[in-house]
Design a binder for this molecule. Structure first.
Ligand SMILES: *[C@@H]1O[C@H](CO)[C@@H](O)[C@H](O)[C@H]1NC(C)=O
Ligand SMILES: *[C@@H]1O[C@H](CO)[C@@H](O)[C@H](O)[C@H]1NC(C)=O
Ligand SMILES: *[C@@H]1O[C@H](CO)[C@@H](O)[C@H](O)[C@H]1NC(C)=O
Ligand SMILES: *[C@@H]1O[C@H](CO)[C@@H](O)[C@H](O)[C@H]1NC(C)=O
Ligand SMILES: *[C@@H]1O[C@H](CO)[C@@H](O)[C@H](O)[C@H]1NC(C)=O
Ligand SMILES: *[C@@H]1O[C@H](CO)[C@@H](O)[C@H](O)[C@H]1NC(C)=O
Ligand SMILES: *[C@@H]1O[C@H](CO)[C@@H](O)[C@H](O)[C@H]1NC(C)=O
Ligand SMILES: *[C@@H]1O[C@H](CO)[C@@H](O)[C@H](O)[C@H]1NC(C)=O
Ligand SMILES: *[C@@H]1O[C@H](CO)[C@@H](O)[C@H](O)[C@H]1NC(C)=O
Length: 371
């Protein structure tokens, strides 16, 4: 059965179609682990023009995330993409406020940057936690010598949307805080952005969170189906989904069933490059986790993989005194919440089509700028 699955993956590796659709992209993420750069490789493989990389709170604080992604750029020999620091804290949420909410409405299985400090995890390079958003601890791949830009990620996003009105696309796969700040700082920002693809906004997953059947994962279902990017900053998530982007794509939920399998992992590292050598070490821990961020980037880089989606009004609950705080809601007219907007909610993708682009992208050589 495993051998069969391997053949299926190999068969999917037809040459990737040239994709004229991928334009100017800003990739915003909580660069949370030593292999969190897979979604960036995907955009590079699709020949997107990466205007810049932004680092935002989520699984960890933005400064530590920037260290991870800068070090990756060094390993990959990429010296032409600037890295910017975005929001290092949620708009309103804090460790204490989240803990108080959880004490009433139930604990999260994952607290990301809000985890208590843990010296063991720090020493393993699993990132600093606790209440020190500015600490940068050693990471397994080594700390970078490259530096982030001095301009803030918020100012950078605004400048790009003004410079290229109607052209910029954003992959937002950490907390929505940096994008929310850009929206509020520049009233023209969202209307000038062609598309935002969001990792977050799960609906109809509550029952699955209680499913006792393991999902081939080292993580529990309550964790896999937890909409953490929205939970850590619900107010920012609402600002973003209510903003008048030319198109808002909700790519979170569709990504959950698709895991990094041993077959995908083996196929990727079978081509040896400095990048895949690092993946063979650092990506191994992701086997059994959904391709959350990768699919969020994929539907933007090669939208032809979207096989089913619908336009729905979309909103996020920001009532702190509610068990639904941070959770998403969909509606059709005329029953939609005031100020909510139509989004493209992706329901289904062609996963073999995704893999036929994704795996070669991880095996690419990006030392030379392609734009
Ligand atoms: C990306 O550009 C390179 C040339 O720089 C080309 O060989 C490759 O086929 C292109 N890939 C896609 C997906 O368009
Ligand atoms: C710190 O993290 C390690 C590794 O996950 C875990 O085993 C340990 O229980 C944690 N310590 C505390 C005090 O939470
Ligand atoms: C940021 O500013 C400092 C102080 O002016 C400067 O030394 C450094 O080179 C700047 N960093 C970048 C990436 O431009
Ligand atoms: C989980 O594993 C089973 C058996 O190996 C397989 O049939 C199924 O497709 C896997 N599911 C996912 C989501 O990977
Ligand atoms: C992946 O490679 C490892 C190491 O070579 C091997 O043990 C494992 O069986 C392979 N798994 C699959 C599904 O091919
Ligand atoms: C990652 O790549 C760099 C650059 O090629 C190399 O020095 C380092 O040993 C690699 N790390 C691992 C764990 O493969
Ligand atoms: C929102 O989407 C629905 C369903 O496709 C459509 O009927 C409606 O016209 C859309 N509304 C706006 C304002 O685009
Ligand atoms: C899915 O992608 C594969 C590989 O690119 C392609 O052969 C197949 O026709 C696609 N299927 C659909 C339904 O688009
Ligand atoms: C990547 O491409 C550059 C030329 O653009 C070349 O010098 C380098 O050797 C290549 N690296 C690998 C690992 O193939």
């Amino acid at each position: 059965m495993l051998a069969r699955a391997f053949v299926a993956v190999a068969a999917a590796l037809l040459p990737a179609a040239a994709n004229a659709a991928c334009g100017k992209v800003i990739i915003d993420n909580d660069w949370s682990g030593s292999a969190s750069y897979t979604s960036l490789l995907e955009l590079l493989g699709a020949n997107c023009t990466i205007l810049g990389i932004t680092s935002t709170i989520g699984n960890l604080y933005a400064y530590q995330g920037a260290a991870h992604i800068l070090r990756f750029l060094e390993i990959a020999g990429i010296d032409y993409i600037p890295v910017y620091i975005g929001a290092n804290e949620p708009l309103i949420n804090t460790v204490e406020r989240s803990a108080a909410w959880q004490s009433v409405f139930g604990a999260f299985s994952w607290d990301g940057a809000f985890q208590p400090d843990n010296a063991t995890l720090d020493a393993e390079g699993s990132d600093p936690t606790g209440n020190n958003p500015f600490e940068i601890t050693p990471i397994p791949e080594g700390l970078p010598t490259m530096k982030w830009q001095n301009e803030s990620a918020v100012d950078f996003m605004i400048a790009m949307a003004r410079m290229y009105p109607g052209e910029v696309e954003i992959v937002a796969a950490g907390a929505m805080t940096t994008v929310a700040l850009a929206i509020k700082q520049d009233p023209y920002f969202a209307g000038n952005v062609k598309k935002i693809s969001i990792q977050g906004g799960y609906v109809d997953v509550n029952l699955k969170q209680t499913d006792p059947t393991p999902s081939n994962s080292t993580f529990t279902n309550d964790d896999i189906y937890a909409d953490f990017n929205f939970f850590i900053d619900p107010e920012a998530a609402k600002v973003v989904v209510n903003a008048p982007f030319i198109e808002t794509v909700i790519a979170g939920q569709v990504s959950i069933p698709y895991f990094v399998t041993p077959e995908i992992f083996n196929q990727t590292i079978s081509v040896v490059t400095p990048i895949t050598s690092n993946l063979s070490t650092y990506w191994a821990g992701s086997i059994g986790t959904p391709l959350w961020d990768e699919i969020t980037a994929g539907v933007l880089a090669y939208p032809e993989i979207i096989t089913k989606s619908r336009q729905v009004y979309f909103d996020v609950d920001v009532a702190y005194g509610s068990i639904f705080y941070g959770r998403s809601f969909v509606a059709i007219a005329p029953y939609q919440p005031a100020n909510s907007r139509n989004v493209t909610f992706i329901e289904q993708i062609n996963f073999s089509g995704f893999l036929s682009n994704f795996i070669p992208a991880l095996q690419g050589n990006y030392t030379t700028k392609r734009w």
